[in-house]
Design a binder for this molecule. Structure first.
Ligand code: ADP
Ligand code: MG
Length: 412
């Protein structure tokens, strides 16, 4: 079925005999829905060069991604200038691959959407500069995208989820809890006061020298910890729960990282091993760290749900918690959150794994959401800037802290 939209400039009244001629004036090919909205999404905020074309029904027509994980693993973390160089080397090819896979030409796009905030300045700059070049060349509207908004809205591409819903975003660069009331209408309940959980797990994995172990050398730090933890005893090390006495929804992972670091140094001495060798108790450390990270995230999320229920922010009969970001692929953390949602009569939803980490699809979909809602569509990009730091929504974390909700103990 063909859907005609306003942007086509269809005459308001066509007589019956005029309609076939009008339709023929478009190069319609079976299987291609040219009359639908089509958005090209481009993502370069951190260490993935990604693009996708998505239509307004949520069909992914084409996508391509080049991850830099392997390179950054070798250097022990992301070096911004290296990330920038790799984005520069890959962006043109990634966009070409995406368009060719989708069978769509730039002229057929309704708009181009690109991550402009937050992220690494040098990385954001590559995606924004390339996108603006395309926008000017093909005279297309531009939709600037907030990376975290895109993560939060991805679930509406894969599931039928209405506003409002609660979202937990946990990745290498981000950690936050927010109420999603609309496409660009967020209430921030809490965020990490220092580093994100993925960053912390990456650092612990590096400190444990997991990169030297063939089974884990190609994995991100968080994934390596999850795999190693399966062979460990989570009660072996008793790390303190972060922010235990703060009855709010903020997070902290720096203190835990320091405590883990100390234990590793102490064990290295005890076992008489050199830095770089793998400790005999590495699996126990991984399991204990993962358990504290999961409990901390679960506790803060539990409080966020109780706060929303107390203040009527969620629909009681259909309260939804969406969890996304790279760390959301951790099954131990997911199971801890399942215990929380079960106890609070909420529904837990996670996008499929490949959509939890950074990708171009979520950016294109965010573009579609904004296009349909008529929000933030630019026809003139003069003076457009990318923003390395940018909070999400209206911060109501103070109210959450003032409510000081006591969270009942749940066995994780
Ligand atoms: P960002 O771009 O903010 O770094 P991504 O969404 O690309 O975040 O996710 C990458 C992060 O997710 C890394 O810090 C990585 O260690 C973490 N991660 C990936 N898989 C897992 C897992 N199974 N368990 C825990 N953390 C994970
Ligand atoms: Mg990433």
């Amino acid at each position: 079925m063909l859907t005609l939209n306003k942007t086509l400039g269809m005459p308001s009244r066509l007589s019956r005999w005029q309609i076939p001629g009008f339709l023929r004036s478009f190069t319609f090919r079976p299987g291609k829905q040219f009359l639908h909205k089509l958005v090209l999404g481009i993502e370069t905020s951190c260490d993935d060069t990604a693009a996708a074309v998505v239509d307004e029904s949520g069909n992914i027509l084409g996508e391509a991604i080049r991850s830099q994980t392997e390179v950054h693993l070798k250097t022990g973390g992301i070096i911004p200038s290296v990330a920038q160089r790799l984005h520069r080397e890959n962006i043109e090819q990634i966009v070409k691959e995406t368009l060719s896979a989708s069978g769509v030409t730039p002229n057929e796009l309704s708009a181009i959407a690109t991550t402009v905030k937050p992220g690494l300045a040098l990385s954001l700059g590559v995606g924004v500069a390339y996108s603006l070049q395309l926008v000017n060349q093909y005279k297309k509207p531009f939709i600037p995208i907030h990376h975290m908004e895109a993560h939060a809205l991805t679930i509406r591409l894969t599931n039928k989820v209405d506003f409002p819903f609660l979202v937990l975003l946990v990745s290498g660069g981000h950690c936050l809890l927010a109420i999603v009331q609309g496409v660009s209408d967020f209430l921030l309940l809490g965020k990490s006061l220092d580093i994100a959980p993925g960053d912390m797990l990456d650092k612990v994995a590096r400190r444990l020298s997991l990169i030297k172990h063939p089974a884990y050398s190609a994995m991100s730090g968080g994934k390596a910890i999850e795999h190693l933890a399966k062979q460990g005893n989570r009660s072996h090390f008793d790390f303190q729960h972060p922010l235990h006495y703060c009855k709010n929804c903020d997070f902290s992972f720096c203190g835990l990282q320091t405590a883990v670091d100390k234990i590793i140094t102490q064990k290295e001495k005890e076992e008489g091993i050199e830095k770089g060798q793998i400790l005999s108790c590495a699996a126990d450390i991984a399991a204990s760290v993962q358990h504290i990270v999961a409990s901390h995230i679960a506790k803060r999320t539990h409080r966020a749900i109780l706060f929303c229920q107390q203040r009527g922010f969620l629909t009681p009969s259909n309260a939804i918690l969406v969890v996304s970001g790279g760390v959301a692929s951790n099954l131990y953390i997911r199971r801890s959150l399942e215990i929380v949602t079960k106890a609070t009569n909420c529904i837990l939803l996670c996008p499929p794994l490949r959509l939890c980490t950074d990708n171009g699809i979520m950016i294109a979909w965010n573009g579609i959401e904004r296009l349909c809602a008529g929000l933030g569509i630019l026809h003139n990009t003069e003076g457009l800037r990318y923003e390395p730091k940018c909070p999400l929504g209206v911060d109501i974390s103070k109210q959450v802290g003032e409510a000081a909700i006591k969270v009942p103990n749940l066995k994780i």
